[in-house]
Design a protein around this ligand. Structure first.
Ligand code: FEO
Length: 168
């Protein structure tokens, strides 16, 4: 059974959202590289790569279900920030927005009784919980390190230890 036109449109939008998130994280990585925060830069590079993989999962699923991939335009991401914490706060805001979109997609798939798409989207629902938690935890740590350059450099090294996650 091919995907409905409405879900096809929504999945294409999601491909754009994931590629846009990937670009945005790459821009955050570039900001950290300019500031010589190698660990935070590495964190954002990994995040950018994961978002690219998310986009490709949606792209592949759309093709597998007989949908037409019509990739949307992507707006240029923000490239300047005032502090490390501001970058991670922007990241959390972005993840909240992605989660809302995933929930909207999930609801649409449920309303259409498209159980294959519901099943496909479950991985993303769980992934968003993990992504929001890891960014939120980092913001908490950054708040504790406020005004203490040694602690900030320690967190930069800690961020370097983040491992890549292959999507299932
Ligand atoms: Fe693919 Fe971070 O959402």
């Amino acid at each position: 059974m091919n995907i409905s036109k409405e879900l096809e449109t929504a999945l294409n939008e999601q491909i754009g959202i994931e590629f846009s998130a990937s670009q945005s994280y790459l821009s955050m990585a570039a900001y950290f590289e300019r500031k010589a925060f190698d660990g935070f830069a590495q964190w954002m590079h990994l995040q950018s790569s994961e978002e690219h993989q998310h986009a490709m999962k949606f792209y592949q699923y759309l093709n597998d279900r007989g949908g037409v991939a019509r990739l949307p335009a992507i707006e240029a991401p923000r490239w300047e920030y005032g502090s490390v914490r501001e970058v991670f706060e922007a990241s959390l805001e972005q993840e909240h927005s992605v989660t809302e979109n995933i929930y909207r997609l999930y609801k649409l798939a449920q309303d259409e009784s498209d159980f294959a798409t519901v099943s496909f989207l479950k991985w993303f629902v769980d992934e968003q919980v993990e992504e929001e938690k890891s960014v939120s935890d980092m913001i908490d740590k950054l708040k504790m390190a406020e005004g203490n350059p040694d602690s900030l450099l320690f967190l930069d090294r800690y961020a370097m230890e983040r491992k890549s996650e292959e999507p299932a």
